[in-house]
Ligand binder design. Structure first.
Ligand code: XBP
Ligand code: MG
Length: 254
């Protein structure tokens, strides 16, 4: 078994609960700005999460949920304009500190910075969103802590395709079995596992019932000194929260 060299984080749902209180709100603001009476409530948004990527999600909404919508102009251009507006609103939410990081994220990232492991990001979301989240939660210089930020349309096929993780591995120069990935959703796990990367899941309210087949371990969150994480499936750990040592042990068991 290869030694662990790097940890690759997903962003939405993994680093922060961005979907319900971030992306969803921003989509609705964009619809309003374009005088559309569409409203994505929490339940509908849960269904729409089956498709990753904001532009792709709007397309899915129109093809499967709002089939009666008629538009005289170029629909692709409308989706592009809606998405640009949505990104602007999402970044504004982050700048207003509306979204915080999930339990254990700051602690583990700081521990990783002081370890011999590298960090990277592989996400479906737009690069501007990642920058805004990282800077507004971890600080102005935190972007430098990551060897690669693989995001959005940089690859042709979004998760569950393996492309974004393949691209990230190529950039950081490690093989899949020298890395661990953190994911929160079935689409994310399918993507990281298709790239051959052992994957730890920290699920959230939207993804709790997802199928995490292929994951190395499943937990409810990373845990803190005073907030134990719950082990749900896969390899167990001998600690109440996930540390760098725990990651090395889990990786060695893969
Ligand atoms: C995240 C997503 C993203 C965001 C929106 O998936 O599906 O689409 O909801 O981002 P994952 P954009 O966590 O699996 O990477 O609107 O910027 O596309
Ligand atoms: Mg995710």
């Amino acid at each position: 078994m290869k030694q662990l060299k790097a940890v690759i984080f997903d962003v939405d749902g993994t680093l922060a609960e961005t979907e319900r209180d971030g992306h969803r709100i921003a989509f609705n603001k964009a619809f309003e700005e374009h005088q559309l009476d569409w409203n994505w409530d929490e339940d509908l948004y849960g269904e729409l999460l089956a498709v990753t990527g904001g532009k792709e999600r709007i397309g899915y909404y129109l093809s499967d949920f709002n089939t009666g919508f008629e538009f005289a102009g170029d629909l692709t251009e409308l989706i592009k304009a809606l998405h640009a507006s949505k990104t602007k609103h999402f970044v504004a939410l982050l700048e207003n500190k509306a979204i915080t990081l999930r339990p254990g994220v700051v602690r583990l990232i700081n521990e990783l910075r002081n370890s011999n492991l590298r960090m990277a990001i592989a996400t479906t979301t737009t690069p501007e969103n990642v920058t805004a989240l990282i800077k507004n939660t971890l600080g102005e210089h935190a972007m430098e802590w990551f060897d690669c930020i693989a995001a959005g349309d940089i690859v042709p096929a979004k998760k569950p395709a393996s492309d974004i993780f393949d691209y990230c591995l190529e950039q950081i120069g490690f093989s899949a079995d020298e890395c661990l990935a953190f994911e929160d959703s079935a689409n994310g796990v399918r993507s990281s596992c298709a790239a051959g990367i052992p994957t730890i899941v920290t699920f959230n309210a939207y993804t709790e019932e997802d199928d995490f087949t292929g994951a190395l371990s499943v937990f409810n969150h990373l845990g803190e000194v005073d907030l134990a994480c719950e082990h749900i499936a896969g390899k167990a750990i001998n600690n109440s929260f996930i540390t760098v040592d725990v990651l090395k042990q889990l990786h060695a068991q893969d």
